[in-house]
Design a protein. Sequence first.
Length: 496
Amino acid sequence: MASYDDLMSLSVRRGFLWPAADLYGGFAGFYDYGHNGVLLRRRWEDLWIETFLGLGEHYHLIDSTTILPEAPLKASGHVDHFTDLLVACTRCGETYRADHLLEAATHEEHEGLTPEDADAKIRALNVRCTKCKGDLGPARPFNMMFPLAVGPSGKDRAYLRPETAQGVYLNFKREFEALRRRLPLGLAIVGRAYRNEISPRQGTYRMREFIQAELQIFMDPEAFGDQVAYASVADVPVRVAWAAEKNEPSAHDVPARDLVARGLPSWYAYHLVEVQRFYLDRLGVPRDAFRFAELDERERAFYNKVHFDVQVRQESLGGFKEVGGVHYRTDHDLAGHAAMSRERLSVTVGPKALVPHVLELSFGVDRNVWALLDLGFRPGERNVLRLPPRLAPVTVGVFPLVNKDGLPERAAAIHRDFRRRFTSTYDESGAIGRRYTRMDEIGTPFCVTVDHETLEGKGVTVRERDSQRQIRVEEAALAPTLERLVFDGVPFADLA
Ligand code: GAP
C-alpha cells in the first residue's frame, strides 16, 4: 500500500505529474503532467472513449470552447447555484470550505449543508480556525466558477466552463439534426473544466483546472428501458453503499433487478452495471475497492434527480473517494437552455414530441489516473507499479543482456521494429537488474532481453513485470505474442 507521499514522490521522480509552476513554489490546485503521466492519462481516455461510445450506435465525441458566455450558465443554474459554503476566520482572514472543516472534526462527510446547518454544527463542535484558533465567521455560499471579462470593454461577462456537459447541451440541436434525428443520442466531451475550489487539496483530487470525460445520453425516459439490454444484466450484482452508509467503508452486492425494484429506472441500473464493468473488467480495480455511493436529496447536485457517485478505495487519500458519477439530469438543462435562448429544443421522434432527458456518465480523468497509481503502486524492496498492460505508459522495454558481441545492435533493431506497434523503450545502461527495476517502477508490463542465444537463433526472453517470470519466444513470434498479452488480455501464465 502506498501513502500519499509515496505516490507523489513516484510521480515526480518518474515523470507522471507534479504541482504546476513548482519553479515558483507551486500554484495551489494546478498540476502539470510529465511524459509518463500524459501517456497514462491518454490511454485511460482512449479506453474510456472505446468503452462508453461503444454503448450505443449513435454515440460520438464532440468538442466545445472552454469559455462560455454568461447566459447559458445562468440558464443551467450554475450562476445561481454552483456554490460551496465558505467560512472565514474573523481574526486572520483564512478561508475554509465549511464541510471540509466539519469533516476534519468528525471524520464524516457533511455535503449538502445549508449555511444555518453549517453554523450550528461549527458552534456545537467548537470548530475554530486551524491556523490561529480564532473564531469563524458565518458560512456563506461562494460561487466556484472563474469569471472572465471578454473583449477590451470587459462588458461581455463569461466564465471558464465548470463542467464539459454544458458544451454538449449547447450543441445538442445541431448534432441531433446532423445525426438524422435519433434517440438515444450520445455526445461526449473529454476536456478541461475549471472550478475556483475554496480549498484545493490531496493532489489531483481537488484541482482548480482538471479534465473530465463526460457522456451525455439524450433519451426518452419512457422508451429508453426497452432500448438497452437490461434483461441481460438484471442478475448482475452491483456494489452499492446506500446514502445512510456512505461514511462506512462497506458496500452491498445488490442484483440490478433489486435496484429497479427499489425504484431506479431499468436503464439507470443497466448503466450502473456497465460503469462497474469498466472499473472491474477493463481497469482491473479489485471488487472490494469499488462501489457506487448513493446521494440523498440534500447531497446531490442541483440538476440531478438520481445520483450515485462512483468511488474507488485509495489508501493514499484515506478510503473510498469519488472518481465519477452516474447522473439522471432529467430535462433540466435542455429545458433551461430552451427558455433562456427562446429556441425550441423539443424534438419529435416517431409519434412523440419531447424535450429529451439526459443520463450523464461523468468521470474526472485526473482522479482516475491517481486511483490507478494508488491501486497499482507497491513500494518496498521492489518498487512495482502494477498497471493494466494496455494502460502502461511504456508497453515494452528492450535490452541487450550485455553491451558487446553485437547484442546492442540486435536489441536496437527489435526496438525500432516495435516502435511502429507499441510504446517501446531501449535501454543499455547499467546492470540488467537495474534496467528491470526502472521499468517496474513506471509500470512497463513486459521486457524483452537479447542474449547470446538470440544470436544462435534461439529467440529472446520476455519477462513479466508482476511475476518476474521469463519465457523464451522466437523472434518471429515476438510482436504477435506481445499484442496478445497487451491488447487481447491473454494472461502471461497461459503462455508460460
Ligand atoms: N457534469 C457533472 C459534473 O461535473 P461533478 O460531480 O461536479 O459532476 C464530475 O464532477 C467528476 O469530475 C467528479 O466525479 C470528479 O471525478 C471530477 N471532479 C470534480 N471536481 C473536481 C476537482 N475539483 N478536481 C478534480 N476532479 C474533479
